[in-house]
Design a protein around this ligand. Structure first.
Ligand code: ATR
Length: 290
């Protein structure tokens, strides 16, 4: 299924701004939903260079766009260009979704952490966040989104393990300042740390195609613990494979990508879209370059 909707003169418009943008899966993803729900709308790739971002983003209300997603390298640099920033985007310091409000203002939101939690809930509906601490591998932008979302969901303690300890210390400070119980752990965490976890999440790029693997032993991780990876190329990372062999429930990174997109789609096109197996297959076909 592709974006072949016949458009009327009042079609709702949105897109994704990035530089480069050609690799983005978002047009494929939103195009699937526009077709699925029979919406008179279009979602297009917008190749916008860093120097053109300020001018281009301010044009959106003037040319009838309802908003855009932002991808590299615009997620942080866009902040001073917007009229309003949602509390979650302000806390994370990055915007992935811009909504043009009824009065033509630009509101920045961040749906990454929410998307991660929704993906986790869809894959493990009986997950009770309050039951056990989570171990987070990594302390970059993705870790920040995931950590705040887990803390907000009620996870009692976060253990942040990162190769560069100053970064995990900084993230832990930000979390504790916001009232979220967090501490740093060693890189890599061993059985004593893993034994405490109800959830282990990789937010680093390790395991991604073309990047070294994440070489972690899962010894000590309780059988009930879930293992999640935000990497989705490949869909089954070595980490998830090892976890499955040990009998853990696993959550792959594609779920976060698909669920984070729901927030923008709902705001721009007025429907909360569903993340279904046929959507996953459609987006995966795009990854394989069909
Ligand atoms: P993002 O915004 O996608 O999270 P990032 O801010 O560059 O990207 O963070 C990348 C994460 O992957 C970091 O936690 C990084 O660890 P460092 O803070 O020590 O750099 C982690 N990472 C990347 N390559 C790594 C490697 N070879 N070994 C261990 N961690 C790695």
């Amino acid at each position: 299924m592709t974006g072949i909707n016949p458009l009327s003169g009042s079609a709702k418009l949105a897109g994704v701004m990035g530089w480069p943008v050609a690799h983005s899966l978002s047009p494929r993803l939103h195009g699937f939903w526009l077709n699925r729900y029979g919406i008179d709308g279009a979602y297009v790739p917008l190749a916008v260079s860093p120097e053109d971002l300020a001018e281009t983003i301010r044009l959106l209300p003037k040319i009838g766009f309802r908003g855009v997603n932002l991808t590299l390298p615009h997620k942080e640099t866009v902040l001073p260009l917007l009229d309003e920033i949602s509390p979650s985007a302000a806390r994370i310091g990055a915007v992935n979704t811009v909504v043009v409000t009824d009065d033509g203002a630009l509101r920045g939101e961040n749906t990454d952490g929410w998307g991660f939690i929704e993906s986790l809930i869809q894959a493990t509906p009986d997950w009770i966040p309050q039951d056990a601490p989570a171990v987070i591998l990594g302390a970059g932008g993705a870790a920040r989104s995931v950590a705040f979302a887990l803390g907000d969901a009620g996870v009692p303690r976060l253990i942040v393990c990162n190769r560069t300890e100053s970064r995990s210390e900084a993230l832990v400070r930000t979390l504790t300042d916001e009232g979220i119980a967090a501490e740093t752990g060693p890189w890599l965490p061993g059985p004593n740390i893993l034994a405490q976890a109800g959830l282990l999440v990789n937010t680093t790029s390790l395991g991604m195609a073309g990047v070294p693997p994440l070489e972690i032993s899962l010894d000590g991780l309780p059988a009930m613990a879930t293992v999640a990876d935000i990497v989705y190329t490949p869909l089954t990372t070595d980490l998830l494979h090892t976890a499955r062999v040990r009998g853990h429930r696993t959550v792959d990174g594609l779920g976060m990508l698909l669920h984070q997109a729901r927030g923008g789609f709902r705001a721009w096109f007025g429907t909360d879209p569903e993340v279904t197996e046929d959507l996953r297959i459609h987006v995966l076909d795009g990854l394989q370059g069909d």
